[in-house]
Design a protein around this ligand. Structure first.
Ligand SMILES: Cc1ncc(COP(=O)(O)O)c(C=O)c1O
Length: 398
């Protein structure tokens, strides 16, 4: 199907609030949480509508003859951008599905240990615990403070936790709660020196940081294209090192499963495949906004915004600049803080000050995480800096 539209973006794409028109985002509130769910550009949404209409025109032809070849062609697009071979890449609904599939395929046995860090994404930790229990294995959570000083600190803390029983390490590339870029290549080297397999959870990474999966050298790498690469939601990616492909299967097994890795993931029963089918349109949009220079612009804006908020609000940033991307997490330990008050502050920010930004506790520290995307500008964070003390006060009063 020709999926191009006459409304392709010009090279002089808008930025800041002028770029809101490229999305379906309402101009009010201020959107400072691109990281959690992304935002689908209109042009990508239109492509998705066209795919849906195309599928409905002849579902039998589409599912039997078109989809398998199209998924493999798109795996080639992913490989060209993020490294590896097309046959190393499969599509999943999201990073959560990919992590569960790797856990199910990991071959863990009774007495084995899976290591992760205290910055791991909560849902992934829950899944690790359930799979570990099924295998009779144990989850070891390495404590890493909310505020990190250096890459070595992270690598050493993880490496110190390895034992002869450690069989699998799961580490975030960009941590969700604390927005820290972990030195994944160094972490993988340390694990491989002890013969430990590594899954890197790069849910936030595609489109956010430069990515070359082979240079990182993990055993599995998962990422979402529906956050920073502008794909429709449900566009998860999984890369598997060739030596693990025979044993790596999805959690849900269907027609393709006996045929091996790519076939098993490509057919998990009848599903809505349109998020994956729009990947190329999303990548074109991303490139039209600048690609690598968009990444650099967002990173710079997140750094500027982080410094501004840290200064105005007396908060601390969770990591040095070199360990940050297009999100910045700011933290403090005010007295009388709890989860309910953090949620209440987030609600007040939205209701009274029209800013959508996650406010939560990480361990017992108050955290506020800002994202910087093409549609954001410094004025957004100025507004947040004014609103935050009001919302915090309101959360105390309510
Ligand atoms: C590190 C990490 N892993 C996994 C996820 C889950 O992503 P999804 O809900 O798309 O599966 C997230 C979500 O933000 C995340 O930050």
């Amino acid at each position: 199907m020709n999926n191009r539209s006459p409304s392709d973006l010009s090279p002089n794409a808008p930025e800041g609030h002028a770029a809101l028109a490229l999305f379906q985002l309402a101009p009010d509130p201020i959107h400072l949480n691109h990281g959690s769910y992304g935002a689908v550009p209109k042009i990508v949404r239109e492509a998705q509508d066209r795919w849906r209409a195309h599928i409905e025109s002849n579902p039998t032809e589409f599912f039997r003859n078109e989809l398998p070849a199209e998924l493999r062609r798109l795996a080639g697009v992913v490989a060209q951008r993020f490294g590896g071979k097309p046959g190393d890449w499969v599509f999943c609904e999201n990073a959560t599905a990919a992590v569960n599939s790797v856990l199910a395929s990991s071959g863990l046995r009774e007495g084995d240990e899976i290591v992760t860090t205290s910055h791991v994404y909560g849902a992934v930790l829950k899944a690790m615990r359930i799979w570990a229990e099924r295998f009779g294995a144990k989850v070891v959570v390495v404590p890493i403070p909310a505020i990190v000083e250096s890459e070595e600190q992270v690598v050493q803390a993880i490496a110190r936790s390895f034992s002869d029983r450690t069989k699998l390490l799961i580490v975030d590339h960009i941590t969700s709660a604390t927005a820290i870029v972990f030195p994944v290549a160094q972490i993988v080297s340390a694990a491989h020196a002890r013969d430990i397999a590594v899954l890197i959870d790069g849910a936030h990474v595609p489109g956010h940081l430069p990515l070359d999966v082979e240079a990182i050298g993990a055993d599995w790498y998962t990422g979402n294209a529906h956050k920073w690469l502008f794909a429709p939601r449900g566009c998860g990616l999984l890369w598997t090192a060739p030596q693990h492909q025979t044993r790596t299967l999805p959690v849900v097994l269907s027609h393709g499963a006996p045929a091996g890795y790519t076939q098993a993931f490509d057919w998990i029963g009848t599903r809505d495949a349109t998020a994956w089918l729009c990947l190329e349109e999303a990548v074109r949009f991303y490139d039209a906004l600048g690609g690598e220079s968009l990444m650099a612009r967002n990173r710079k804006l997140a750094a500027t915004a982080g410094e501004l908020l840290a200064q105005r609000l007396g908060l601390q940033i969770t990591a040095p600049a070199a360990m940050r991307g297009a999100m910045t997490c700011l933290t403090s330990r005010p007295s009388s803080m709890n989860g309910a008050r953090a949620s209440s502050a987030m609600r007040h920010l939205r209701e009274c000050c029209s800013a959508v930004v996650p406010v939560y506790l990480f361990e017992d520290a108050l955290c506020i995480r800002i994202s910087a995307q093409i549609y954001n500008e410094v004025a957004d964070y100025e507004t947040l800096a004014k609103a935050f003390p009001i919302a915090m006060q309101q959360s105390l009063d309510s």
